[in-house]
Design a protein around this ligand. Structure first.
Ligand SMILES: [Zn+2]
Length: 159
């Protein structure tokens, strides 16, 4: 689903923190490596597996992204509580992306969110469509020329 990126809003330690894992920079990633010898992939996977190293680093990064700069060794949050707060924020973010903000995701047996499917479908009161639509609408590809131009530029500049 395309649209505005939704930042995580993590409510923890009596305040709300903005968090966006995609905003991590190289220096921050280097702290991750120097502290825990973890790659970005291991960190991201570790967060969903409640790996305490990943959560510790996430906490430190969250502070940084909100202007609180301190050594990771000085960060000692209640780590289970932080994991729960992070999980809640992630659920809220998903619900917003699915178009059912305020209600928790309801996954079906395939793991797809039922509320998202309901939000995408027309309501049950709309009249059934009687005329068949066009067989195959032409997909528009406005980005293709731009991609080609960018490729040429990269060749020219030697990247
Ligand atoms: Zn959902």
């Amino acid at each position: 689903m395309q649209g505005e990126r939704v930042q995580l809003k993590i409510r923890f330690e009596d305040r709300e923190w903005d968090f966006d894992e995609d905003e991590i920079d190289v220096r921050q990633a280097t702290v991750l490596y120097l502290t825990y010898k973890m790659t970005l992939r291991e960190w991201i996977e570790g967060v969903s597996q409640v790996d305490q190293r990943s959560l510790h680093f996430t906490y430190w990064l969250m502070l940084q992204q909100n202007g609180v700069i301190k050594p990771i060794a000085d960060c000692n949050p209640k780590i289970i509580a932080f994991g729960v707060a992070y999980g809640d924020a992630r659920e809220e973010q998903l619900a917003e992306e699915h178009g059912h903000a305020g209600r928790r995701c309801v996954p079906d047996k395939d793991g797809n969110c039922q509320l998202e499917q309901q939000a995408a479908e027309p309501g049950p009161t709309s009249p059934p469509s009687t005329s068949p639509g066009p067989a195959s609408p032409e997909p528009s590809t406005p980005t293709a020329p731009a991609r080609a131009r960018r490729a040429q530029t990269e060749e020219a500049t030697g990247y």
